[in-house]
Design a protein around this ligand. Structure first.
Ligand SMILES: [Zn+2]
Length: 397
């Protein structure tokens, strides 16, 4: 009964202190909402040497097609400075029309609303004409190794197939109805180590300053721009995130300098082509005689961070139109179809079925005093309900 109320659902979830990797009771609470609705709920614990075990949940109602997946996570980021919160981070207190708590928008709120939408639909129209499943991980905010990737593999090995997926991450910048995410940029990180020759600052010809080298290489990465953007994506962008030399002496030329960078790239690249372009730029700068008059090419190494995130764009009219139509029908505003922002677990799901993302307003996510407007919880629930009607309706036609 209570699972039709998103506010009660969210309060129950927030009161579970599920900071990654702790389950914190959140999946148990979710299971207790879904089982009475008729879902078969399964818990799957993922293990990896040297990493904490992670509990995940998969729940399904229905046996036939079409099959819609709702995906998300119950883990939350740490509270940070608890004294700075005006309401207890795991208290789910309501004040001034808002509910406070870690995970309120990212993304226990999205889960609470989707459960409520499903509960209302089942009460009104019976079980969905097809299948509906929840794929919920406890490892989205952490290393994401024992979460969505393994849960998808585990379910697929048991024969689970999906026609579409909605991820309930917070996607709206300012107001409910602003934005649906229909893709994400790719992301690659790397570390460059420049090898010079240590020496006296007054005798630079006897030394080879690694700082000069790292400046030349990082400049080559930042200029010129990688592209001007594409139809659905903003321009690719590389940021140098740190340069470390660690040299305490002003009269010593350092032998080594290390720079790290991250690039967010659009669909004019793949992870492989963007990495090749980065190496091409570094090699060109290392050999550029103007940067190193009379010296041999600069010596450097590059190490790539383990797993690149691949860029993707969802092109599924039925899925996008059902969701965007539902948002517009309820809020009166046509949501922007966007690919901005960071990566999400949608990058793993896209290998199994078309995926879009729509949830709450993201302004307070990961912040002290994370909170959600009570009115937004009700509105999002109605949007999700409308989406369910349209997607299953459309899918049957
Ligand atoms: Zn999230």
């Amino acid at each position: 009964m209570t699972s039709a109320d998103p506010i009660a659902n969210l309060a129950m979830l927030i009161r579970c202190p599920s900071v990654t990797p702790a389950e914190g009771g959140a999946l148990t609470a979710l299971a207790a909402m879904l089982a009475p609705l008729g879902f078969t709920v399964e818990r799957m614990t993922a293990r990896e040497p040297g990493m904490p075990d992670i509990e995940n949940l998969y729940a399904r109602i229905g046996t036939g097609g079409p099959h819609l997946m709702f995906a998300g996570h119950t883990d939350v980021v740490p509270v940070g400075n608890e004294a700075a919160w005006t309401h207890a981070p795991f208290g789910a207190e309501v004040a001034g029309g808002e509910m406070f708590g870690r995970g309120a928008v990212d993304m226990k709120g999205g889960i609470a609303c989707f459960v409520a939408a499903v509960a209302r639909q089942i009460a009104k129209n019976g079980p969905p004409k097809g299948s509906l499943s929840f794929l919920i991980t406890g490892d989205e905010e952490g290393p994401a190794v024992n979460g969505t990737i393994k849960l998808l593999q585990w379910a697929a090995e048991r024969g689970e197939r999906w026609d579409a997926c909605l991820v309930g991450e917070p996607t709206n910048p300012d107001q409910l109805g602003d934005m649906i995410k229909i893709g994400r940029r790719g992301s690659v990180s790397g570390t460059i180590t420049v090898h010079g020759v240590q020496g006296h600052a007054a005798y630079p010809h006897l030394a080879d300053n690694a700082v000069r080298g790292v400046i030349a290489l990082t400049d080559a990465l930042m200029h010129p721009p990688f592209d001007a953007g594409t139809e659905n994506f903003q321009p690719s962008n590389l940021e140098v995130t740190t340069i470390d030399v660690g040299n305490p002496a002003t009269n010593v030329v350092p032998a080594q300098a290390i720079a790290r960078f991250n690039i967010r790239f659009n669909d004019s690249w793949t992870a492989e082509t963007v990495m090749a372009e980065i190496v091409r730029r570094l090699d060109a700068a290392a050999r550029d005689e103007r940067l190193r008059p009379g010296r041999p090419p600069l010596r450097y190494d590059i190490a790539w961070a383990e797993r690149p995130s691949h860029v993707f764009l969802t092109r599924n009219d039925r899925l996008i139109a059902s969701l965007s139509g539902a948002v517009e029908a309820v809020t009166g505003r046509a949501p922007k179809l966007s690919t901005t922002g960071g990566t999400s677990d949608a990058r793993f799901i896209k290998d199994y079925c078309p995926v879009v993302e729509f949830g709450l307003v993201g302004q307070t996510m990961h912040m002290v005093d994370e909170r959600v407007a009570i009115a937004d919880l009700e509105t999002l629930t109605v949007i999700y309900e409308t989406f369910l009607q349209r997607w299953f309706g459309d899918a049957r036609a």
